[in-house]
Unconditional design. Structure first.
Length: 251
């Protein structure tokens, strides 16, 4: 996401399309990563065979879903997305009415910036949420249920990624809105195209094991976001403290 926004030369919270709700987590975690050192994430990605497999599948899921989107094959897209939901977030874990790791009262507290009108958008504008659709599709393809790992790997970032995916996928209304937007709404199509290119680029970089390329890609994006790091650090500190104080609800 960070690479896509850098290539668009736009801070996401200033475009009017990435305000509030789910976008809070996307933006804050992207900036948290890019405010860190490149070698931390390069080592996790390139030196871990399991990570390589997951990153490759993520890029493939992004590609497959994007093709369904641009061809407006809504029924096929819905079938694939719902199949991923049913595996990753099955009914026995609470269904749409069970407790969530994240909820509206949490997500709306930690927005970075406001939209061009000066007011946080409510409701948020249509968004395919391709990054999250692809994440859950990837987990389904690899037969990974991330909630199983919460007891052992409940880091704040991991919990936020699971939480925001759960927030989208366990709400029939939010998920249906994302599917319809993905298939028919053109306002995010150029953003999704940039995201697809970024996902495939990172996948190739990791697959080839090229640390120099990884560093260059990482530092170019970090340089773009650097003027806003202090703003994001304040939001992140509060956001992660809040999550650390919340009990786990998934089992």
């Amino acid at each position: 996401m960070g690479t896509a926004w850098r290539n668009m030369e736009a801070f996401p919270w200033e475009t009017g399309r990435y305000i509030g709700g789910i976008e809070v987590v996307k933006t804050n975690i992207a900036l948290r990563i890019y405010a860190a050192k490149w070698h931390v994430y390069a080592g996790l990605a390139i030196l871990n065979p399991t990570a390589k497999k997951q990153i490759h599948q993520y890029a493939r899921s992004t590609t497959d879903l994007f093709k369904l989107m641009i061809e407006e094959r809504e029924d096929e897209l819905r079938t694939r997305v719902l199949a991923a939901r049913d595996f990753v977030f099955p009914e026995e874990e609470g269904g749409p009415n069970g407790p969530l790791l994240l909820d509206d009262s949490v997500l709306e507290q930690f927005a970075i910036g406001v939209n061009p009108t000066g007011v946080v958008a409510a409701p948020p504008p249509p968004n395919s949420h391709l990054s999250l659709l692809a994440m859950v599709d990837c987990w389904n393809a690899l037969k990974i249920r991330p909630s199983v790992h919460l007891a052992l790997a409940a880091t704040p970032v991991f919990r936020f990624w699971i939480g925001v995916a759960e927030y989208l996928f366990r709400s029939p209304a939010r998920l249906e809105a994302a599917i319809v937007a993905a298939a028919h709404d053109k306002s995010h199509r150029s953003d999704d195209c940039e995201f697809l290119a970024a996902a495939r680029g990172w996948s190739d970089c990791v697959r080839y094991g090229n640390f120099d390329s990884y560093r260059q890609r990482f530092e170019e994006t970090a340089s773009f976001f650097e003027p806003r790091f202090e703003e994001s650090r304040r939001a992140n500190a509060a956001m992660f403290k809040m999550l650390a104080d919340r009990p786990l609800t998934l089992e």
